[in-house]
Design a protein around this ligand. Structure first.
Ligand code: FES
Length: 589
């Protein structure tokens, strides 16, 4: 028995195709255990209550399926109990095909769509028309404020249901959803118009015609929604590489979805409408965000009150075929209230239609292509799942052996967990810690190394992405288990400000300069702010561009994911994420 939808839908011929297409093993676990997916949980109930339409299939006496659209006010498909639904059938066309079909065959199949969030729920059941004299049920299924004539009512006894993956669902928005997405933009337009009017008045007094034309042009650009992020209040030549108009990678936000209470997915398409370059699993995109100095104390002494910063986010929809261009790039951004302000600003600023000058994608966390046949262990915690998802999908598509271990505080904080469960089957292991199921890195690694292996097989490859504490456990555990450095690959979250971090006096031994670094500022940013040329790229400890040699024997808190232990021991450090444990540091610059 087990998964009720699979028991009905996975007929022998369906299973045969699954075998032919190598997807059967992913579904095998659905055949085991107690019956499930026939009683609505809170998640399905909430989803159904938000829908204002569904597609409904009946079967005719000529054996043809007949699909019809049903609509009404939001929540018109009512939940009578965990196994029963009901709805009022409003007057519409006069063919009565579904109603007629149900008289001879009571099997019904529904698909409920949530286009904005790219989710769908499929339900199978037995349907019956509510008796004409059953007034209680008919009244219970009516919607008081909906002005349409009810012709009849139906009740559905649920036999099974299933969620489906979001592939190929295009995001669409209702008028209400669009209104909530564009209302912040409308507010911004209103305030920009007010500012523009004020500036016009000031200029007519000052006769500062140059200022007027510049301000108007800038404001007009913003009114069109094509906001160009620029470093405000600072000379542009100080941040030559941050002048985003230098990078012609213009993307437009064409989709937004709320994945969890604090994680949003953004779909970014080419502003020209052309496909985007193909990227591989593990690649990230750098996007600009304007942050306010109230969120970053070290900027308070600077002229102006806003600054553009770059943030890196893994691209979720990498292609396993490296030659296939991407229709869009999708990133997921978690709002971190205690962070540096970038994610908060991004959630506030990134709205549908906004144009961004991004930096082309880079990949410092790619799958090891030289170990094609190796067993792969993917480990992710929280939002660290974002580079791991495309890795899992790439390995799945290439039919390579792998397993994915995904930990988070609760299942509701795990993005794309339903889709992953469906696609990966028993390759996926979930650890929602609120249920008491905690991921122990040590026991995971010891299970792996004690797994019987074939001497012909290349060594297991491990990929990790998650918070720094777990990364430390992973690196220490791998070392204790004698797993070679070449087998472990990791990417950590961008360093978040550490409340105990202290200001640093940075001495450049070659140029004989001293620079003050604020406690919430990276060493790299402090150097760039002072006009010191330092090569850099990812700003998240992944690319090795900003590595310097430390002159003193200061103790360094290394937060990069690119330096080896030998390099660290020899005094190398990444200026973008790492800092000394003390208040002074000498570097060879
Ligand atoms: S800029 Fe990439 S490691 Fe520092």
């Amino acid at each position: 028995m087990a998964h009720q939808y699979a028991q009905i839908a996975f007929t022998p011929s369906v299973r045969q195709v699954q075998n032919e297409q190598n997807s059967r093993s992913g579904y095998a676990s659905m055949d085991n255990g107690e019956d499930y997916n026939f009683m609505l949980s809170q998640e399905e109930s909430n989803f159904i209550q938000q829908r204002d339409s569904f597609y409904m299939a009946s079967v005719s006496e000529t054996d043809w399926p007949y699909v019809q659209h049903r609509g009404g006010p939001k929540g018109f498909l009512k939940i009578i109990d965990a196994q029963t639904l009901g709805f009022s059938d409003y007057s519409g066309n006069r063919q009565y095909i579904s109603t007629g079909n149900f008289r001879t065959n009571d099997k019904v199949s529904l698909i409920l769509m949530d286009y904005a969030n790219r989710r769908r729920l499929k339900i199978l059941g037995h349907i019956s028309q509510v008796a004409a004299d059953d007034w209680n049920t008919q009244v219970a299924l009516e919607d008081d404020h909906y002005r349409a004539r009810v012709e009849r009512a139906f009740v559905i006894k649920i036999t099974a249901f299933d969620w489906n993956c979001p592939q190929h669902i295009t995001s669409r928005y209702s008028e209400d959803q669009l209104a909530s997405l564009i209302s912040p933009l409308q507010e911004e337009i209103k305030s920009l118009k007010e500012k523009l009017n004020q500036q016009s008045t000031t200029v007519s007094v000052d006769s500062d015609t140059n200022t007027l034309s510049d301000s108007k042009a800038e404001a007009k650009n913003e009114v069109r929604g094509e906001v160009k992020y620029e470093v405000k209040g600072e000379s542009k030549d100080k941040h030559k590489d941050e002048n985003i108009s230098d990078d012609k990678f213009s993307l437009k936000i064409t989709g937004i979805r709320q994945l969890t209470k604090d994680i949003r997915a953004y779909q970014l398409s080419n502003s020209t409408g052309e496909p985007l370059p193909a990227i591989t699993a593990g690649a990230h995109l750098q996007v600009p965000v304007t942050i306010n100095d109230s969120l970053s104390t070290h900027l308070k002494n600077k002229q102006g009150n806003q600054k553009t910063v770059w943030r890196s986010y893994s691209i979720l929809n990498a292609q396993s075929d490296h030659n296939s261009p991407n229709a869009y790039y999708e990133i997921a951004v978690k709002r971190i209230d205690e962070g540096k302000g970038g994610s908060i600003a991004l959630h506030q600023q990134y709205q549908l239609g906004l144009s961004l000058q991004c930096k082309p994608p880079q990949n410092f966390f790619a799958l090891n292509e030289s170990e094609k046949e190796a067993h792969t262990v993917l480990i992710a915690a929280g939002i660290g799942i974002t580079p791991i998802i495309p890795m899992a999908l790439t390995l799945l598509e290439k039919a390579q052996p792998f397993e994915l271990h995904f930990a988070a505080r609760s299942k509701s904080e795990m993005i794309y967990v339903d889709e992953l469960s469906e696609l990966l089957g028993n390759r996926l292991h979930l650890y929602p810690s609120n249920t008491g199921k905690k991921l122990s890195i040590d026991s995971l690694l010891s299970t792996q190394i004690s797994r019987p292996t074939n001497s012909q097989m290349p060594p297991t490859q491990y990929y990790f992405c998650g918070p720094n504490e777990m990364l430390n456990d992973f690196v220490k555990g791998a070392k204790a288990a004698a797993i070679a450095d070449e087998q472990i690959h990791y990417e950590q979250f961008a360093a978040s400000p550490n409340s105990s971090a202290q200001a640093v006096q940075l001495t450049l031994t070659k140029s004989n300069k001293t620079i003050a670094v604020a406690s919430d500022q990276s060493l790299l940013d402090a150097l760039l702010d002072e006009g010191v040329e330092v090569p850099h790229s990812c700003k998240s400890g992944r690319c090795k561009s900003c590595v310097v040699q430390v002159s003193s024997d200061a103790e360094i808190a290394h937060l990069d994911s690119c330096l080896s232990e030998t390099e660290r021991a020899s005094g190398k450090m990444c200026l973008c994420v790492s800092r000394p444990q003390s208040s002074g540091l000498y570097i060879e610059l």
